[in-house]
Design a protein around this ligand. Structure first.
Ligand code: SF4
Length: 205
């Protein structure tokens, strides 16, 4: 199962690398930028957690302990959360603005940053980091939440960037798993899946 998921990841990354290259004029992703890992809910599946666990196992003991303590504290914060909206947090695997399990990261970590469409909709979805001066900010009309033709023209860009069908729900759909002969398993927020996995519990250390 994991072998087939890895084959799928190779295929996905081949496409994503192409997309990021084609959209280079709009992309500001760089090492040390961790906007997308600093405040979110991070949808994950059991299959993605399996891979993450392999990356975690390769870390040194000190780093593992830092991560386990972060997980423990996020779990407590989530239990006590009484705010409005959904609970968000910095990913526990983010250390000094660098992903400690980069090669083993999840699907959402890989697809984030590109404009996308949701299946069945024509509406372009712009990544939230555009509003913080990052990807696509050079062509964003902030007030309208759309891409600005004037800004594109000023940059000599004649075509709108293509929006790809890379929404998390599609990429992790049963259909995609079946095509590559694996099952994503249960899905949920990263912190919930980690909480249910004894490997990521401080008590088990
Ligand atoms: S696993 Fe890594 S890339 Fe994904 S959200 Fe966490 S720190 Fe970011």
């Amino acid at each position: 199962m994991l072998t087939n998921y890895l084959k799928f990841l190779d295929y996905l990354m081949g496409n994503l690398n192409k997309y990021f290259t084609l959209q280079a004029p709009y992309i500001k992703c760089a090492k040390g930028c961790a906007k997308c890992c600093s405040n979110g809910d991070y949808p994950f599946s059991e299959m993605e957690i399996k891979l993450l666990q392999i990356g975690f196992d390769k870390l040194d003991e000190d780093t593992k302990n830092i991560i386990l303590k972060k997980i423990d504290s996020i779990k407590k914060e989530k239990t006590n959360f009484k705010g409005e909206g959904s609970f968000t947090y910095a990913c526990p695997f983010l250390i000094n603005n660098i992903c400690s399990v980069y090669d083993y990261r999840g699907i959402i970590c890989r697809t984030f940053g590109l404009i996308y469409i949701k299946e069945g909709s024509d509406k372009m979805q712009i990544p939230f980091c555009a509003y913080d001066g990052l990807n696509y900010s050079n062509v964003l009309d902030k007030e309208k939440g759309i891409l600005s033709e004037e800004k594109m023209k000023a940059l000599g860009l004649t075509e709108e960037p293509k929006a790809y069908n890379i929404h998390y729900n599609f990429v992790t759909s049963k259909r995609v798993g079946e095509a590559f002969n694996f099952d994503y398993g249960r899905r949920g927020s990263l912190i919930d899946l980690l909480s249910d996995n004894p490997k990521f519990s401080l008590k088990d250390k």
